[in-house]
Design a binder for this molecule. Structure first.
Ligand code: S3P
Length: 445
């Protein structure tokens, strides 16, 4: 699950991108589909599951705790769940690879079962803070021993019955919210999470879809999500929509490469995820939604994207939760825009798969962009559409898939191309990325 051998990659300046491509399944929804199917009694089917390393880590962990999970030759995944309360003691440590979502959500599940699980991960994941889930799950009664700084490797000793809590999120995090709600599934009484700032709501939608008793109310304190525990989940047939976060790389590529005209099909546009498209349109991007529809209860459309001249903006901080994973590629769009882009209020970027503020500052500077680093974001002086210089010396991606894909997109509009030091992490979320880019006409060696 880790990448001991790094795979450097060169991207050459590109002519117009054209054609139609489909993005793979949504990563957040895929994790949740496997987890909830594994807790339902009976067989669930999942279509369009993202078969990236992060999601496969979740599948392996759920198998290790008793669920039967198989991929049919038709590409449909069949999951026989163990029922809420039925998770079994895993025989070995759970290898989470690079996946923060697997780690935090599964810690929640283990917390309210009478089992003990050790979580390990790669160097990137082992540097990420887990205190944000350790704290509420400990209040529910779990006994968690972590490495210094509240990091992996760590051990969760679950407890059953756990104690229901009411918890106001101190950071806007769908992973923390979801960890608590998943722990609440096997906890008697009502577990309540209050989020002052709304974050992606896939857990709430899917829990309700599986038949859990869950209510969401707006209050002065924010969104109040209440889940009644000792839930019985009914097996489902889930169709996973395409991932808006993965689509964003293709959309920005088509926007900044002159002459491009691309259709990206099956893009999930849940409002809690679609902030990047709002920001790009504010900058002048030409993105048209075709055939808007519902897939698996989530809004989806095909996006036709044509090259457009962009202008720098002040990125509204309120958009941060709905585009938190898209800042790296937004910074690339900003580097090509006319004028200055200021993105603040995105402090969480420091604790993603890498410190995305520091890494993007360093890499953009290396490829000839003028950037100023802030504690909570970047200010970028755009080129006004002129090609970026690029870099023959490899840009460091630090095991971060989104940094790798962002600099590949930047390389398309550079004079001398861009080299990244490692393309292997892309497989965590978007294994077909390079193939799809090549199909649109990009030159990647
Ligand atoms: C995710 C939530 C976000 C996001 C991550 C996936 C999820 O993390 O960055 O890629 O599936 O719940 P935070 O909850 O840490 O903001």
């Amino acid at each position: 699950m880790s990448h001991p051998t790094s795979r450097p990659l060169d991207v050459l300046p590109s002519g117009p991108l054209s054609g139609q491509v489909t993005v793979p399944g949504d990563k957040s929804i895929s994790h949740r589909a496997l987890m909830l199917s594994a807790l339902a009694v009976g067989e669930s089917r999942v279509e369009g599951l993202l078969e990236g390393e992060d999601v496969l880590a979740t599948a392996a962990a759920m198998r290790a705790m008793g669920a039967q999970i198989e991929r049919g030759e038709d590409g449909v995944w069949r999951v026989h769940g163990v029922g809420v309360g039925g998770l079994m003691q895993p025989a070995q440590a759970l290898d989470m690879g690079n996946s923060g979502t697997s780690t935090r959500l599964l810690m929640g599940l283990v917390a309210s079962h009478d089992i003990t699980a050790t979580f390990v991960g790669d160097a990137s994941l082992s540097g990420r803070p887990m205190g944000r889930v350790i704290e509420p799950l400990s209040r529910m009664g779990a006994d968690i021993t972590a490495s210094p700084g509240g990091r992996l490797p760590l051990m969760v000793r679950g407890i059953s019955p756990a104690v229901p809590i009411e918890y106001t999120l101190p950071v806007a995090s769908a992973q923390v919210k979801s960890a608590i709600l998943l722990a609440g599934l096997n906890t008697p009484g009502i577990t309540r999470v209050i989020e002052p700032v709304a974050t992606r709501d896939h857990s709430e939608r899917m829990l309700a879809g599986f038949g859990a008793h869950l209510t969401v109310e707006e209050s002065d304190a924010g969104r109040v999500i209440s889940l009644t525990g000792e839930a019985e989940l009914r097996p489902q047939h889930i169709v996973v929509p395409g991932d808006p976060s993965s689509a964003a790389f293709l959309v920005v590529a088509a926007t900044i490469v002159p002459g491009s005209d691309v259709v990206v099909t099956n893009v999930g546009l849940n409002p809690t995820r679609a902030g990047i498209y709002t920001a790009l349109r504010m900058m002048g991007a030409d993105i048209v939604e075709l055939d808007p529809r519902l897939v698996g209860g989530e809004p989806v459309a095909d996006l036709r994207v044509r090259h457009a001249a962009l202008a720098g903006i002040e990125v509204p901080a309120e958009l941060a939760p709905s585009m938190i994973d898209e800042y790296p590629v937004l910074f690339v769009a900003a580097a090509c825009a006319a004028g200055r882009t200021v993105a603040r209020g995105a402090h969480e970027l420091r604790v993603k798969e890498s410190d995305r503020i520091a890494l993007m500052e360093r890499g953009l500077t290396q490829i000839g962009v003028t950037v100023t680093e802030h504690e909570d974001g970047l200010t970028i002086e755009g080129s006004g559409g002129a090609p970026l210089a690029g870099s023959a010396e490899a840009v460091a991606v630090a095991l971060d898939h989104r940094i790798a894909m962002s600099f590949i997109v930047a390389g398309l509009v550079s004079t001398q191309g861009v080299r990244i030091d490692d393309a292997a992490p892309i497989a965590t979320s978007f294994p077909d990325f390079l193939a799809l880019m090549a199909r649109l006409g990009a030159s990647i060696a």
